[in-house]
Design a protein around this ligand. Structure first.
Ligand SMILES: [Zn+2]
Ligand SMILES: [Zn+2]
Length: 135
């Protein structure tokens, strides 16, 4: 695996620069998100497992955050709701103002333990991650 460098320039804006020569026809980018969660600024209640819009009639039995069903695939498996559930059950009331924003922030922070290689890459590429280390 090789990670491209992120650069900015007046004519290109923010862009990627390859870290090695690329063969013609070679697959150079598979884009997947660091984390997945509810969209900001959408005032809908979302399932914490799969982010589908729900009506809050079903909740996770442990943390009480909304779910689509107990069979939701996003509630189980690696990097799933299981890891965050223990934290969410302690902050349900504190996050009643805008819970979806806290959920995305929590999922980003949890990358430090769930995917340390990705977290190191983020720290190297994005200055906002470095600011947290100084304070
Ligand atoms: Zn779901
Ligand atoms: Zn839960």
């Amino acid at each position: 695996m090789c990670f491209p460098q992120i650069r900015t320039s007046p004519e290109l804006g923010r862009h990627l620069v390859a870290s090695r020569n690329i063969d013609e026809g070679e697959l150079i980018l598979v884009d997947s998100p660091f984390v997945v969660g509810p969209r900001h600024f959408i005032p809908a209640v979302c399932c914490v497992g799969c982010c589908r819009k729900v009506d809050h009639s079903k909740t996770c039995r442990r943390c009480k955050w909304p779910i689509c069903s107990n069979a939701c695939q996003g509630l189980r498996g690696p990097a799933s709701h299981e890891d965050e559930c223990n934290i969410l059950k302690t902050v349900l009331h504190a996050c009643s103002y805008c819970p979806d924003h806290y959920l995305m922030a929590l999922r980003c922070v949890m990358l430090q333990t769930q995917n340390p290689e990705m977290w190191r890459w983020i720290e190297e590429q994005f200055p906002f991650a470095e600011r947290g280390k100084e304070g």
